[in-house]
Design a protein around this ligand. Structure first.
Ligand SMILES: [Zn+2]
Length: 126
């Protein structure tokens, strides 16, 4: 569903008025999204006319078990609330989600530092 980006040339004839650019009002923002869904750019449902929006991404363990997943859900019958989830935690605003992802980053950094210490100590043990 690619939308045309054709832009009509401005009428620059000297009329004493500003060019009539109002007649070329941009399309509504939802029609300018590049993904398969015309409502949420991150929705992965490409079905025309769908009302329930969804996406999900994950990091898996070596055996394919999900370790951490993130995504978004926006259901048509749910007061049009959009939710972004990180595993089981659901967020309805960016600030609260970013507070939690900052916490996760600190934990992952701690895991890196923990691994450095543990494997250094393990090697030193012989
Ligand atoms: Zn969608």
């Amino acid at each position: 569903m690619a939308h045309s980006t054709h832009i009509a040339p401005l009428d620059l004839t000297p009329t004493g008025h500003l060019p009539a650019i109002v007649a070329q009002a941009p399309k509504p923002a939802r029609e300018q999204l590049a993904g398969p869904c015309p409502v949420f750019r991150d929705c992965t449902d490409g079905t025309p006319g769908h009302f329930d929006h969804f996406s999900r991404a994950e990091v898996t363990d070596t055996d394919g078990t999900p370790l951490l997943d993130i995504g978004m859900v926006a259901l048509s019958g749910d007061d049009h609330n959009a939710v972004v989830f990180v595993r089981g935690a659901e967020f309805t605003d960016a600030a609260s989600l970013k507070a939690k992802t900052a916490e996760l980053r600190r934990l992952l950094d701690a895991a890196d530092a923990l691994a450095d210490r543990v494997f250094t100590d393990h090697q030193a043990r012989g």
